[in-house]
Write a protein that binds this ligand. Structure first.
Ligand code: C2E
Ligand code: MG
Ligand code: MG
Length: 565
């Protein structure tokens, strides 16, 4: 026989006595709500903490209205009405009570309908303080995502115009804290942060804890006139003070994503997505800051997301829509064709033909560059093998992404490719850029050494853009340095850059590297650049990237000198 069956056989008085006894051994506040007479019966202890004047309250509506937070009352009353009407037999909600000082106390209320011997439907249950429980459980004492979803759904449906903002807050380096200092340190940080947040907002602002280190604030009362950024700054100040107080034992900063504007027609799910996006933006663009949700950036992000899906589909469909183009590289000495750079092209029904500058980063972000990189390598190697029948020293340059270097077994791919296709290492040149590598990364050094041992040449691409670093030049020992078109264009326009490139060429030569000048479009540009003695030239002047067939037609069928191109 279960407890419920026992209770069903008791009178109201008997149940009350049992409850008084159990109450002494419980942290929770036990109660009986007689749904037929609207009489609320509670323990002595409950009256000490909350503003109830006696343990038996007849016609309790008005009293409950005083104890239950005004924003939650309607929700609670509706749920209890369902218990009274017989529509449901259990009651389980988390909401706010106000204590004797008017301070908000989060509670969890659970009850079961019992039909007593008098035939009355009674809700028998307990109220427990979430904060208390939370302390014992070592968490933040805030409600979680499920509760946020439920509350936000109601709010967005009934009073969307009252929402001033939602703000999602996250710790910038939480995984690091957990990893380095242990889970307990992580929990301490979360507790501290929860305290900094709740003490910075007034009571009408709802605070929930989401995933690991994230919190969401919902201001639906508009009672406080502060801008969300001001609140974020206040929390940030408190966090900094706490970190200082703990003598920088645990250093962390926080970022926030803020959603404001029109909340009508939004779902809870959507608000979670949008605030997450804004928070990620804040983290991506420097951390330790608050960023407001911006529709334009979000649309751009969705565009990239869709592009990623389309790319994945095409990759899985035997690289449908992908093609490798080739652009000639000529020797500066006599403009003879010495090689070509393999350049990836992608066109898709939905996106049309997309520039590599746009789709390569999407492939990199998603790791899809790894299968695509293999596809390019095999295509380029096969093409090279074929063209070497005409020009035995012909070399194909293949661009490598740092993602391939970091996250795939490149040496194995290269070995397999060379063996399967039957091409020797001197037929390939691998183009790498500096960005994405850390100079001291041991794996990179090992890779460069392996390539050297295998006699596969490296070219340092994009030289003159962004982060060019002379030390890197020395470390990777590239056989070729490719001066980027943007730098060449500048050098064509001003003497300073022109002289700079001239010196770089001298320096590269003294290190034993050749220099390839990229992006030469006009005869006069070529002439001007020839004066500073590059070794190789690549540019529209000698040929735009084209399909293998077109390339063969144009450069390999007749002669191999491009002097008259
Ligand atoms: P990159 O490796 O520096 O390639 C040279 C880029 O300059 C190519 O752009 C080429 O078409 C362009 N170019 C060459 N000569 C001229 C010229 O005279 N004038 C102008 N205006 N442009 C010229 P593309 O094909 O759009 O590729 C852009 C970038 O995308 C490449 O820069 C490379 O970083 C990346 N990429 C292309 N294919 C691959 C690939 O298979 N794998 C990887 N990881 N990246 C690739
Ligand atoms: Mg390149
Ligand atoms: Mg380049």
């Amino acid at each position: 026989m279960g407890y419920l069956d026992v209770l069903q056989k008791m009178s109201l008085e008997q149940i009350r006595s049992v409850i008084e006894v159990i109450q002494q051994a419980s942290d929770s506040y036990l109660f009986i709500l007689d749904l037929a007479t609207n009489t609320y019966m509670i323990s002595e202890r409950t009256t000490e903490r909350f503003p109830f004047d006696s343990t038996i309250i007849e016609d309790c509506t008005e009293v409950l209205k005083k104890v239950i937070h005004p924003s939650d009352y309607a929700m609670v009353a509706a749920d209890i009405a369902k218990c009274a009407s017989g529509e449901q037999d259990t009651h389980a909600l988390e909401y706010r009570w106000l204590d004797r000082k008017g301070k908000v106390v989060w509670i969890n209320c659970k009850g079961t309908v019992v039909v007593g011997t008098e035939g009355h439907r009674m809700l028998v249950g307990r109220v427990s303080e979430l904060g208390k429980k939370a302390k014992a459980d070592n968490v933040t004492g805030l409600r979680r995502e499920t509760r946020f979803r439920l509350n936000a759904e109601t709010l967005l449906r009934d009073r969307p115009e009252s929402i001033r903002y939602m703000m999602r807050i996250g710790v910038d380096n939480f995984p690091e804290i957990n990893e380095k200092e242990g889970i307990e340190a992580g929990d301490d940080v979360l507790r501290e942060l929860a305290e900094c947040i709740t003490s910075s907002v007034n009571e009408s602002v709802d605070v929930y804890r989401l995933l690991a280190d994230e919190f969401i604030l919902v201001d639906a009362e508009g009672a406080c006139a502060s801008q969300p950024e001001e609140i974020y700054n206040e929390i940030k100040r408190k966090v900094a003070a706490t970190v200082r107080l703990k003598e920088y034992n645990r250093f962390y900063t926080i970022s926030a994503g803020i959603l404001t504007g029109d909340f009508r027609y939004k779902t809870a799910e959507e608000t979670l997505r949008l605030t997450e996006f804004a928070l990620n933006q804040a983290k991506r663009t420097g951390k330790n800051q608050a960023v407001r949700f911006d529709q334009t950036s979000y649309n751009r992000y969705l565009h990239r997301l869709n592009m990623r899906k389309a790319l994945r589909r095409d990759i899985n469909n035997q690289f449908h829509g992908f093609q490798v183009f080739y652009q000639p590289i000529v020797a500066a000495s006599d403009y003879s064709l010495v090689g070509a750079e393999a350049l990836l092209r992608w066109s898709n029904e939905q996106f049309g033909s997309v520039s590599p500058a746009e789709f390569i980063p999407v492939l990199e972000e998603s790791g899809l560059i790894i299968p695509v990189g293999r596809y390019v390598l095999w295509e380029a190697a096969r093409t090279c093998k074929k063209w070497r029948d005409v020009l035995p020293n012909f070399r194909i340059h293949v661009n490598l992404s740092y993602v391939q270097v970091h996250r795939s077994d490149l040496m194995k791919d290269l070995d397999t490719c060379m063996e399967e296709v039957g091409i020797s290492p001197d037929g390939l040149v691998l183009e790498v850029t500096e960005s994405g590598y850390i100079e001291t990364d041991a794996r990179i050094k090992e890779l460069f050494q392996n390539l050297k041992d295998k006699n596969i040449d490296l070219a340092l691409d994009d030289f003159g853009t962004g982060y060019s670093n002379m030390r890197y030049l020395k470390e990777i020992e590239a056989q070729t340095i490719k001066i980027d078109r943007s730098f060449v264009v500048q050098a064509l326009q001003n003497d300073h850059d022109y002289n700079l490139i001239s010196h770089i060429i001298d320096m590269a030569h003294s290190l034993g590297s050749a220099v390839c000048m990229e992006g030469i479009e006009q005869a006069e540009d070529l002439q001007k650049m020839m004066a500073i003695k590059p070794d190789l030239i690549q540019g529209y002047y000698f040929g735009k990237p084209s399909s293998a067939d077109q390339f063969e037609e144009k450069f390999l069928k007749t002669e191999n000198s491009l002097a008259n191109a």
